[in-house]
Unconditional design. Structure first.
Length: 490
């Protein structure tokens, strides 16, 4: 049975029903009709339990800016136009085409609309609970409520990370007066939602079934840890430039992450229901590659960009054991030279615990790793002056255990600690959570000059709102606020 997502502006007009008039349709076979569902606890439960699955499918979809952001951050590289990758990674960077006639407009519109669609479902469940709907005992009802607040939080969080402004939509929103607000307000509301989930988790005992989260059950304690981790992630990734990043609330970040996950969030991808399209395309042989910026980090003698002669620099060498365990050298590059040799690379990614056979990808796909949790904690400590604690965390982590690199000495400076953390984030987190590479480069002023720092509200939505269409990106718009005026390549 079809279940349809709708534009936010439609929900403003039709206040009592967020699903009245479609401008985007996405099928979710496990969801019932809205009119029936909101009067039936069993159907409301079905909507609630689909929240994380829907969010995961949205965040790993190829119909989203994820792959374009990956190449714009120069972590991955690809000369093909799919998912807007070629346009966002062209050099020099050009202005983002925020126009409904743009070939890849749907890529960037759908992510925005789908997040709001899933958010609307969770809000409706919360409204039903607020109105008195019960699900078995108090613990069962609390489980559903906490889960919905968690999904509400991570949906708002990515709206705040990806776009310059967005609508804050919760179960308490007055749809008659809703307005676009800056990303900082959206991210603050995301943390508020996550804190509500945490408060419920701390007050009730329950276990979320494994099928809700892709094969791993979550107790109330574990869900609280996951919510703390996402709160920390959003605070770390929020900054649009280096100055904002330095002024982040690192004490609050440390407080959240110290209560964070004790196991990775890694749904099982069965290629039937759970499908990770980002992995499907980025680990596909002879298609997307790993940008040479990453290989250069591990071998400083290796070029950070492919030679303009088109002649391969051959294989890199490194003391970091991950060069051979995580990356695979290939001699054939099937990209188009006329689109720029800067897209070329001889390296593909080979670490993920997924099996790719004739287009079928299966296995556990890491969304939030223990390495990310540890690196956030190390960075927070370093920025707060707790350098010895930061060094201890780094030396006990992936740099030594997987990379086989020498431990940091106790006299390592704060600046070098921070550089080591970013090196580890580039290598360890390169293919995990949505946009990590892009957000890290953004908060360091490292995105190439002219790269947009966040996306504008999609043109289709602005037209429905009768607002002026605007955009970011391009060398001439480099202001360090909406468009990068920095860059890693000199």
């Amino acid at each position: 049975m079809k279940y349809t997502f709708y534009s936010l502006i439609i929900s403003i007009v039709f206040i009592s029903n967020l699903f009245s008039c479609a401008n985007l349709e996405v099928e979710y076979d496990n969801l019932p009709d809205y009119e029936i569902a909101m009067n039936n606890p069993e159907d409301v439960l079905s909507i609630a339990q689909s929240g994380f699955y829907n969010w995961y499918m949205i965040n790993t979809s190829s119909i989203s800016p994820r792959m374009a952001m990956w190449v714009a951050a120069d972590n991955g590289t690809c000369s093909w136009g799919n998912s807007g990758m070629l346009d966002l990674s062209s050099e020099p960077r050009t202005e983002f085409n925020n126009d409904v006639t743009y070939t890849y407009a749907t890529i960037f519109e759908s992510y925005y609309q789908d997040l709001y669609g899933n958010l609307s479902q969770m809000n409706d469940v919360l409204i039903a609970i607020k109105a008195g709907m019960q699900f078995g005992d108090a613990e069962q009802t609390a489980m559903i409520q906490a889960n919905c607040y968690f999904i509400q939080g991570i949906s708002l969080g990515y709206l705040g990370l990806v776009y310059d402004q967005a609508f804050i939509m919760t179960e308490n929103t007055d749809l008659k007066n809703v307005q676009l607000v800056p990303y900082g307000h959206v991210l603050a509301e995301a943390e508020n939602s996550l804190n509500k989930a945490i408060d419920i988790c701390n007050s009730y005992s329950f276990t979320i079934p494994a099928e809700w989260f892709g094969g791993e059950s979550y107790t109330n304690t574990e869900l609280a840890q996951l919510a703390h981790s996402f709160a920390a992630r959003f605070l770390v990734q929020a900054s649009r430039n280096k100055n904002e990043n330095q002024n982040e609330n690192w004490s609050l970040i440390l407080s959240h992450i110290q209560k964070g996950i004790q196991k990775p969030l890694a749904p099982y991808i069965d290629n039937v229901k759970w499908i990770n399209w980002f992995y499907h395309y980025t680990i596909r042989p002879d298609w997307a590659k790993i940008d040479l910026r990453i290989i250069h980090l591990m071998d400083s003698n290796y070029p950070s960009k492919f030679p303009e002669t088109g002649i391969s620099p051959g294989q890199a060498t490194s003391l970091d054991a991950r060069l051979t365990s995580d990356f695979h050298f290939v001699s054939v590059i099937n990209m188009k030279p006329e689109r720029g040799y800067y897209h070329f690379s001889n390296y593909e990614y080979s670490r993920v615990d997924l099996e790719y056979v004739t287009g079928v990808t299966t296995g556990y796909a890491t969304e939030f790793s223990m390495a990310e949790k540890e690196l956030i904690e190390a960075e927070a400590n370093a920025r707060l002056g707790n350098t010895s604690l930061a060094i201890d965390i780094i030396n006990a982590g992936t740099r030594v255990s997987r990379g086989k690199l020498a431990p940091l000495s106790p006299s390592t400076t704060t600046e070098d600690i921070i550089q080591t953390i970013f090196y580890e984030r580039d290598i360890e987190l390169i293919m995990t959570g949505f946009g990590i590479a892009f957000f890290d480069m953004r908060r360091r002023d490292m995105l190439q000059k002219g790269t947009l720092l966040h996306f504008p509200v999609p043109a289709k939505e602005l037209m429905l709102l009768q607002k002026e269409v605007y955009t970011f990106g391009g060398i001439n718009n480099a202001d360090g606020i909406n468009t990068s005026n920095g860059g890693w390549f000199k």
